[in-house]
Design a protein around this ligand. Structure first.
Ligand code: HEC
Length: 475
C-alpha cells in the first residue's frame, strides 16, 4: 500500500491508544479494531452495488468472522497477487504485517465483538485519482447494449472502437467506466495499428451480435480452431501472425481502479487511423438477464511526451499454436513450467517502431511494470531481469495465480537500463501450470488452452545521437 495509507492507519492506532482503546498487543475486538480495517481495506469492493458481497451492515459482516480472518491471514483478501519482499508497487492494496497481526490476534482471542459504534470514514482509495481529467471519451457500445452469455459463467467479448483524431497523440492516462458493474469484471484495451481495423471488422461480422468472443486476447477465439485458422490463412497468407502483430496492450481497468495515470512524462503513441479492441470480461451469473450498456472509455492525451512508451507483450508465438508446434504441452495430471526471455538490446527495433524514436537516439529504457497473464490452469509465475553475470532481480513473483486479479504491477521506481548494458540483460517471464484434468492442455487462444505472457510498460529516454550525457545504469 502507499505509505500514506499505512501511516493513516498507524495514526489511527495511535489515536486509539490516546482514547484508551485496545492497543496492538492487547486483545483486539471487532468494532474497535477490525471493523475500521474492513472499512479501509475491503469495502471499496464489499459494499452494496460493489463487486463482492456487502459488508455494509456490521452485524451481518461479523457473522462471517471466521472466513474474513482466514482470507486475510492467507493473503487472499484484499486481492493482490504480487509476493511481498521483491519490489514496491504503486497502488499496493495488500495489508501491512501489523494489520495481519491485528486480525490474527483477534482470531486467537475468539473473535470478540466489542461495543457497537458507527463506522469510521474510509481512507481514500489507493488507486483513486480525484483529479483524473480526461479529454477524450469513446463509447464502447454506442446505441446498443450487450447481453452477456447466459449459459457460461465467464464471457469474454471484444468490441471494436475507432480511434478519433487527425494528429498523432500520446495516451497518458486511462479510465474505463463500465455501464453495468454488476456484470463487468474487467476491461482490457488493445490498440490496433493504422490500416488494420478492417481486418478486425471483417472477423466481427462473422459472429452474431455485437463484438466477438475473445477469451484469449484481442483476436477472436474462433481463429484458434484448426479449420477456421486454415481458411483464414488460405485467404491471408501468414494472416494469424499479422493479426497478432497488429495489436498491442494499451490500457486496462479492473475493479478498484478508478483512473490510471501513466508514469509522469510518459505516454503511448496513437496514430491517426488506429483503432481499439475493447475486451470486456463479464460475470453474467452475478446478475442474470442484465445487459451492459453505456460502457465508456476516458483517455487523457497529450500532443507530445518527454519519454514515449510501449506496453511490451512478451511471449512465444509458437506457444499459441502448440497443438501444431508441440512447444507448450501440459500432460494430464502434470505440472510444467515454460520460460521465455528477450535481451533488452534485441527489442530496440520494435521499441523504435512503436514510439517513433530513432534507434540511435535511444539512451536508456525504463521498465515501469510487469503483468503476468495465464489462463485457468496457471499455478504461479515470475518476471525477472537476468544479467549475464548471473545476477537475477525479480520484478514480479505471483506464487498463487488467479485469473480474476490480473493487473499491471507498476514499480514505484522504474528500472533504468542504460544503452550500454541493454545487451547484457534479459527480461524473462516464467509460467507454471497444473493440469488436474484427464486431457492434454495445449498452448493456444481458447479458454481451455493456456497462455504465458508478461506485459511490461517500457519508456524510452532519448537524446541527440551525438554529445548527450550517458544515462547511469544500476551496476
Ligand atoms: C478489489 C476488490 C476486493 C477487495 C478490496 C476485497 N475483496 Fe473480498 N472479495 C472480492 C470478490 C470479487 C470476491 C468474490 C470472488 C473471489 O472470491 O475472488 C471476494 C470474496 C471475499 C470473501 C469470500 C470468500 C469465499 O470463499 O466465499 C471474503 C471472506 C472476503 N472477500 C473478505 C475480504 C476482506 C476481509 C477484505 C479486506 C481485508 C476484502 N475481501 C477485500 C473482492 C474484493
Amino acid at each position: 500500500m502507499p505509505p500514506h495509507t499505512a501511516v493513516s492507519r498507524l495514526v489511527g492506532l495511535a489515536l486509539a491508544a490516546l482514547a484508551g482503546l485496545p492497543l496492538p498487543g492487547a486483545a483486539q475486538d471487532y468494532y474497535a479494531d477490525v471493523r475500521p480495517l474492513l472499512v479501509d481495506a475491503c469495502m471499496g469492493c464489499h459494499t452494496e452495488g460493489g463487486i463482492a458481497w456487502s459488508m455494509d451492515d456490521p452485524e451481518a459482516a461479523y457473522e462471517r468472522h471466521r472466513l474474513i480472518a482466514r482470507m486475510v491471514d492467507d493473503r487472499r483478501m484484499p486481492p493482490w497477487l504480487a509476493e511481498p519482499g521483491h519490489q514496491t508497487y504503486r497502488g499496493d492494496r495488500s495489508l501491512a504485517e501489523a494489520e495481519l497481526a491485528l486480525v490474527r490476534r483477534w482470531a486467537e482471542a475468539g473473535y470478540p465483538r466489542g461495543e457497537p459504534r458507527p463506522d469510521p470514514r474510509p481512507a481514500p482509495a489507493p488507486d483513486g485519482h480525484p483529479t483524473f481529467a480526461p479529454d477524450l471519451a469513446l463509447d464502447v457500445l454506442p446505441g446498443q447494449g450487450y447481453l452477456p452469455d447466459q449459459d457460461a459463467s465467464d464471457d469474454y467479448r471484444c468490441f471494436l472502437v475507432d480511434w478519433t483524431g487527425d494528429e498523432p497523440a500520446y495516451v497518458t492516462g486511462f479510465r474505463a467506466d463500465p455501464g453495468n458493474r454488476n456484470v463487468a469484471h474487467h476491461v482490457v484495451v488493445y490498440a490496433v495499428t493504422p490500416g488494420m481495423m478492417d481486418r478486425y471488422r471483417e472477423l466481427e461480422a462473422e459472429e452474431d451480435g455485437p463484438g466477438y468472443q475473445c477469451f484469449g486476447g484481442a483476436l477472436p477465439d474462433r481463429l484458434g480452431q484448426r479449420d477456421v485458422r486454415a481458411a483464414y490463412e488460405a485467404r491471408y497468407p501468414d494472416g494469424l501472425r499479422q493479426m497478432s502483430n497488429s495489436n498491442f496492450w494499451l490500457a486496462h481497468w479492473a475493479p478498484g481502479m478508478d483512473g490510471h495515470v501513466f508514469p509522469e512524462g510518459t505516454g503511448i503513441r496513437m496514430d491517426p487511423g488506429s483503432g481499439l479492441v475493447v475486451q470486456m470480461h463479464y460475470y453474467s451469473s452475478n446478475a442474470p438477464g442484465e445487459r451492459d450498456r453505456n460502457t465508456r472509455l476516458d483517455f487523457i492525451t497529450a500532443p507530445e511526451v518527454e519519454r514515449p512508451a510501449i506496453h511490451l507483450a512478451q511471449t512465444r508465438g509458437d506457444w499459441l499454436v502448440s497443438e501444431r508446434s508441440g512447444t507448450m504441452v501440459i500432460p494430464p495430471g502434470a505440472r510444467r513450467s515454460f520460460e521465455v526471455g528477450d535481451r533488452l538490446g534485441s527489442l530496440l527495433g520494435y521499441v523504435s517502431a512503436l514510439t517513433g524514436v530513432a534507434q540511435d537516439r535511444i539512451q536508456a529504457l525504463e521498465i515501469h511494470s510487469a503483468n503476468l497473464h495465464m489462463h485457468s490452469f496457471g499455478h504461479s509465475g515470475e518476471v525477472t531481469l537476468t544479467w549475464d553475470t548471473g545476477q537475477v532481480e525479480t520484478l514480479l513473483s505471483v506464487p498463487r495465480w488467479n485469473l480474476a486479479w490480473q493487473r499491471d504491477f507498476t514499480l514505484t521506481e522504474p528500472k533504468v537500463l542504460g544503452r550500454d548494458v541493454l545487451d547484457d540483460v534479459r527480461l524473462a517471464v516464467r509460467c507454471t501450470y497444473e493440469n488436474p484434468t484427464g486431457d492434454v492442455v495445449y498452448g493456444g487462444y481458447g479458454s481451455l488452452e493456456e497462455m504465458c505472457f508478461n506485459f511490461s510498460y517500457i519508456a524510452v529516454r532519448s537524446g541527440t545521437a551525438a554529445g548527450s550525457p550517458p544515462v547511469p545504469s544500476p551496476r
